[in-house]
Structure formats: structure tokens, C-alpha cells
Design a protein. Structure first.
Length: 264
């Protein structure tokens, strides 16, 4: 595994062999590369893809200012990838980073060969917006335990299940290394709405959705697949927002999609 910092200051990890696959990181506690168990988890989740591609996972730039937009974040990545690669590359993004990947593909179409978007949609759903507002406001106020507990509705349906998950999330919460960067990126997601620009996304696009995703319901993912020029949708039954990537079909679906022309 190789690591470093890209031209614009974003940290990256690189591993695997084959054609480049750039993975935009979602909202993590730190803008730096993950370490310890978090690094192991990131590498493990992407290991099936690294058997076919050189995976480059890219985080947000440090020191994000309040008011940054998805277009700004996409421009950051565009600057970095132009300096890193000679041509278009495959791009994958999940959750907040899935929205970022859509913005990136619309704003910088010449940089994207194929696009994979998971657990995202044209915009946050109504329940997702409510939950994320609460989470982000608590995070901004420095109430990190309460912020973590606010995410319980995304991982449980019943009142009892949510209460239990809130307790677990609260017990495991700590102060993020870069809370301001998290808040800035989440505020950008809150105002994100790409529906009117989907027709500008020319790259073949695979959209992966969880049937029980509380933040981005499947109908919002379906709008993405139906609005881009060459889109397809796969919905994973029983999967929530945070478990789309852990579905056993995820790796195969992504690999088959990205290598489709190579195998024809």
C-alpha cells in the first residue's frame, strides 16, 4: 500500500494493480488518511476491487471553509486528478461521496470514464435531510456523543431498535480530528441537488441503492439512473444506507460494470 498527498493537499492511499479506479471518500472524522482499524477496514472493503484495479482512495482537502459547495469539492478533485492522470479514469463514490461523484461527472465530464454511485441520489430524502440537519448541528456545536446518537434512525426502524443503537453509537463516539471539515462537507451535501443536470453526465453510470436506505430512498437513486445518458440501477433488498457496500453482490456488480467493454 502506498500513501501520499495529491497536488491540492488531499491525502490518498493507493493499492492493487490494473487500470486506475478513483474512490472519493465519504465524510470521515479526519481529512488525513485513516490509520489502524479504520485503514484496515477501508482496505478490506475495497480488496475485491483491488484485484482488478489500482485503487486510489482520496479524502477531502484539509481546512475546508464554511460555505464550500459540492461544485467546489468537485473542482478540488478535478485539479488533483488532472495532475495525477493523463486521461479519464473510473470513479466511485458512496453516500456523500456518491453525490460528490455525480457533481464531478457533471462538472468535469472529460475526467470520468465510468461512474459508480452507491447509497446516494439526486438529493437527500426528506427524512435524510432531517436526520442530517440534526447530526450536523450537533457536530458543529461540539456535542459529539449526541451527534452520533442522532444517526440511530439510519440503522434501525423500531423505537426500541433506535434506542439501543443510539446508546451504542453514543458510547463509541469521540471527538473527530477534523469536525469543521466534516461539517463543511455535510452542509455542502445538504444543499446538493443534481436532478436538473443529470443529462449532462455522459459517462456510463451504475447506481447501487439500498431498499431500506433512510437517507437516500431508492426512488431518488432511480432518478439518477433514469436521468443520466447511460444509467443502470441495482437495488439491494434489505440493505440500509450504511450496508450497501457490504452486500455480497457489491464487488461483483462494480467489477462487471467497469470491465464490461474489456470483456466484450
Amino acid at each position: 500500500m502506498r500513501e501520499g498527498v495529491l497536488a491540492g493537499g488531499a491525502a490518498y492511499l493507493e493499492f492493487g494493480t490494473g487500470r486506475p479506479l478513483v474512490v472519493f471518500r465519504t465524510v470521515l472524522p479526519d481529512s488525513a488518511n485513516p490509520t489502524g482499524a479504520a485503514r484496515w477496514a477501508e482496505a478490506r472493503s475495497l480488496k475485491p476491487l483491488a484485484a482488478h484495479f489500482t485503487v486510489l482512495t482520496v479524502g477531502r482537502r484539509p481546512g475546508l471553509e464554511p460555505g464550500v459547495t459540492m461544485a467546489d469539492l468537485a473542482a478540488h478533485h478535478a485539479e488533483e486528478l488532472r495532475a495525477r492522470f493523463d486521461g479519464p479514469v473510473d470513479v466511485l463514490g458512496l453516500s456523500t461521496a456518491g453525490c460528490l461523484a455525480l457533481q464531478f461527472a457533471a462538472d468535469h465530464p472529460g475526467l470520468v470514464r465510468r461512474l459508480v454511485v452507491g447509497a446516494a441520489g439526486v438529493r437527500l430524502g426528506p427524512d435524510g435531510r432531517r436526520v442530517q440537519h440534526e447530526y450536523t448541528d450537533l457536530l458543529a456545536a461540539g456535542r459529539y456523543r449526541a451527534a452520533a446518537m442522532a444517526l440511530a434512525p439510519t440503522v434501525a426502524d423500531s423505537r426500541l431498535g433506535r434506542a439501543l443503537m443510539a446508546g451504542v453509537l453514543g458510547l463509541t463516539a469521540g471527538r473527530p480530528a477534523d469536525p469543521n471539515g466534516m461539517v463543511a462537507m455535510l452542509r455542502a451535501e445538504d444543499t446538493f441537488d443534481i436532478e436538473d443536470r443529470l443529462g449532462e453526465i455522459a459517462a456510463p453510470t451504475l447506481v447501487l441503492a439500498g431498499a431500506r436506505d433512510a437517507l437516500y430512498p431508492p426512488e431518488l437513486a432511480e432518478r439518477v439512473a433514469g436521468g443520466v445518458r447511460h444509467g443502470e440501477l441495482k437495488v439491494y433488498e434489505g440493505r440500509r444506507h450504511h450496508t450497501v457496500m457490504t452486500d455480497r453482490r457489491f464487488g461483483k456488480d462494480v467489477i462487471d460494470f467497469l470491465l464490461r467493454n474489456d470483456r466484450s
